[in-house]
Design a protein around this ligand. Structure first.
Ligand code: FES
Length: 100
């Protein structure tokens, strides 16, 4: 994966954490874009434990659901619709759940 560079101006990158790994992304990009740039293709697991990845990239299929830490606790969001914010913490598996 690579970013388009010609004719594009982006704000300075910010740090975020995905599954405990700190990475950089540009504000305005989505969590999905940051994950793809980091070669993270597994966005969640289905009930059978099968890894699932992004599919529609437009908020329709819900295949990209990830966990996002908020002040009020963890919340599920669509990675393809969620814009990067400095310091955000994302998890691809439910935090605190038994993933045995
Ligand atoms: S990839 Fe389909 S809702 Fe995000």
């Amino acid at each position: 994966m690579s970013r388009v560079t010609q004719g594009v101006e982006r704000p300075d990158p910010v740090k975020l954490t995905i599954d405990g790994e700190t990475m950089s992304a540009h504000p305005g990009e989505t969590v999905a874009a940051a994950m793809l740039m980091a070669q993270k293709l597994r966005f969640r697991d289905d009930r059978a434990g099968t890894p699932r990845g992004m599919f529609c990239n437009m908020g329709t299929c819900s295949e990209c659901m990830v966990w996002l830490a908020r002040e009020t606790g963890w919340r599920r969001v669509r990675a393809c619709l969620t814009q990067i914010e400095a310091g955000m913490v994302v998890a691809t598996r439910e935090p605190g759940a038994d993933h045995g």
